[in-house]
Design a protein around this ligand. Structure first.
Ligand SMILES: Nc1ncnc2c1ncn2[C@@H]1O[C@H](COP(=O)(O)OP(=O)(O)OP(=O)(O)O)[C@@H](O)[C@H]1O
Ligand SMILES: [Mg+2]
Length: 320
């Protein structure tokens, strides 16, 4: 059974100017659709990766999943509980206790005045749990030393700080961790170490991850399934091998062509073609059609629905 089930998830932000400006400048209200009609499942003990360019709605989906943002439409169910609509507070609390989030910037998410011991144990202390020796144990689990518990965040490198964030996320023994670009602020050499650590922990502890990244190559080895987002919509979903060997959506193909490749070091990599459209006035039909080399009339007129194609799912009129 799926641990997380996301159905027709949509989030619209009101980005209008203040009322007086609208009246004086005669402007309409403006709405930005950050996430539109996204559906996918995350199986228990698996890693689902969400990839897409900046502004494609990845973080917005992550925030709705952990309950930091309310969906405008659609639902997120975790073990059958819809965090935004469930009336039974005890059930909501039980599900919440199973979820943690790890953010991109490890420094901003660590309180600089607290010792690492207190930072790591905080989620457990907040629930009145037993924190004796907990931070020391977790520090060793993430490859740091128990002695580090007495230090402050500024005494660590970026990679070590992200390990502290991971330790804190593990403290409350969650089942599901939403990782929002956990390695993109790190040096390339450290990225791989932190990724390996996260992957080992996932195996050892039987965790489920929603792993968010703008970089397809980062998620290639860690994920069991990959969803590709474009302008708030899921355009393709497949296993990583399938996606890399046989990308079906022209957008995925373009992303892969633009990704740095082993062996192409020092060679020019073509940058992604075209501009990301304005999400307040998205293109008609398939939002990718202005950038798409395969676009036909139907792509301008009709939004492609997600359909099954040889084991993968793709939302494209032209994909064969
Ligand atoms: N609170 C908000 N109010 C208004 N617009 C928002 C808000 N949060 C996000 N957006 C808009 O929603 C869209 C999706 O944002 P989101 O942060 O989910 O993108 P992302 O895929 O995580 O991008 P990045 O890779 O840069 O982190 C963007 O156009 C963004 O400007
Ligand atoms: Mg983001």
């Amino acid at each position: 059974m799926a641990l997380v089930s996301i159905k027709n998830l949509t989030r619209i932000f009101d980005v209008s100017k203040p009322w007086l400006n609208r009246v004086v400048e005669r402007r309409e209200k403006a709405y930005l659709t950050a996430v539109s009609d996204v559906s996918f499942d995350i199986k228990e003990k698996s890693v689902y990766a969400l990839v897409g360019e900046s502004g494609s709605g990845k973080s917005t989906i992550g925030k709705m999943l952990v309950g930091l943002l309310r969906p405008s439409e659609g639902s997120v169910e975790i073990r059958g509980v819809d965090l935004a609509r469930e009336q039974d507070a005890a059930r909501v609390d039980a599900v919440r206790a199973d979820i943690q989030m790890i953010f991109q910037d490890p420094f901003a998410s660590l309180n600089p005045r607290w010792r690492v011991r207190d930072i790591i144990a905080e989620p457990v202390a907040a629930r009145g749990g037993d924190t004796k020796g907990l931070s020391e144990k977790l520090l060793e689990q993430v490859g740091l030393s128990a002695r580090d518990a007495g230090k402050f965040p500024h005494e660590f490198s970026g990679g070590q700080r992200q390990r502290i964030c991971i330790a804190r996320a593990l403290a409350s023994e969650p089942k599901l961790i939403v990782c929002d670009e956990p390695t993109s602020a790190l040096d390339v050499s450290v990225q791989a170490q932190v990724l390996n650590l996260m992957s080992d922990l996932q195996d050892d502890l039987g965790l489920t991850y929603l792993f968010i990244s703008h970089d397809l190559t980062v998620v290639q080895h860690i994920s069991d399934r990959v969803g590709v987002l474009y302008l708030g919509r899921l355009v393709e979903e497949a296993t990583p091998d399938d996606l890399f060997d046989n990308p079906k959506h022209p957008y995925t193909q373009m992303l892969l062509a633009a990704a740095p490749q082993l062996g192409s070091f020092g060679r020019d990599v073509p940058p992604p073609k075209g501009e990301i459209p304005d999400p307040i006035n998205p293109p008609s039909g398939c939002a990718y059609h202005p950038r798409c080399p395969l676009a036909q009339d139907i792509c301008k007129a009709e939004r492609p629905l997600m359909r099954d194609l040889r084991g993968a799912k793709v939302a494209c009129h032209m994909a064969e």
